[in-house]
Design a protein around this ligand. Sequence first.
Ligand code: C2E
Ligand code: MG
Ligand code: MG
Ligand code: MG
Length: 284
Amino acid sequence: CSKTAGGNGVRFFEPQMQTKLEARRTLEAELRSALDNGELVLFYQPIYSLRTLTICGFEALLRWRHPERGMIPPADFIPIAEATGLIVPIGEWVIRQACADAVLWPDHIRIAVNLSALQFTKSDLLQTIAAALASTGLSPTRLELEVTESVLLRDDESTIAILHQLRALGHRIALDDFGTGYSSLSYLRSFPFDKIKIDQSFVREMAGRADCASIVNAVAGLAQDLGIGTTAEGVETEEQVQQLVRAGCTEVQGYRFGRPGPAPSVAQYFTNQDRPDRAHARVA
Ligand code: C2E
Ligand code: MG
Ligand code: MG
Ligand code: MG
């Protein structure tokens, strides 16, 4: 059933592309009802302070519990949610749910939520966040917001203005996946972030590749000069932990300290008195 272009015999629509497209359309239709059907869930992954080796917060990571396909990771459906605009209602749910869960945790524990560019341009983000805080009673200082470079891509003044307002309200703003964009350093100039999250691709290769280690050292040093924190993502080994301590990184997140888990699994970290080794032993 592939179509062929005019008379030149070039097939521009391969059968497997057709199948892919159909699969995507099905997923798109199912995603529309997933939110109403309660199929979306938030998993939480701990973030540890490297100075005190205690938990300072959790990142909310979205999962789709599909009735037939099982657990679908965000990489497989967030692009669809963004292409269709569904990320706006989904993102609003994420903010409400994350605040509702986090308000049950100890007061010094923060919650980090990922935001998409569309939430800044196609919805009233300030209103959504204000409503979630009002209905749950969570303090704004406990809600951290993670944005990637894509949010700042167009250097949109209204997006920057919203970030400034969020910061004035007491929220911390983190620059996620740092180093993976086209001009990472220039984004540090467009907004005074509270924290840089060093992308896991650098952390993963740090032990074997001197260039990746140099980049991590440089970013941690740069953040120190700017007076802000750094979270290393994707930390899996003790060797990486030691390198990150030497680099002057302030926070770590990764399987070494705990995998993302459903809300009820968070409690074990507190009963373990925030100790990473014991918490890790239970989670693994
Ligand atoms: P991210 O914000 O950079 O989240 C970190 C990702 O690294 C998560 O993948 C997490 O499970 C994974 N990770 C953590 N520790 C390790 C480790 O030690 N090793 C390895 N290999 N991976 C680790 P996940 O949960 O699949 O999320 C992928 C991305 O999807 C996130 O990247 C974020 O950009 C996006 N995302 C997740 N939830 C949301 C959401 O609610 N809204 C939006 N807009 N995006 C979200
Ligand atoms: Mg993130
Ligand atoms: Mg990241
Ligand atoms: Mg990422």
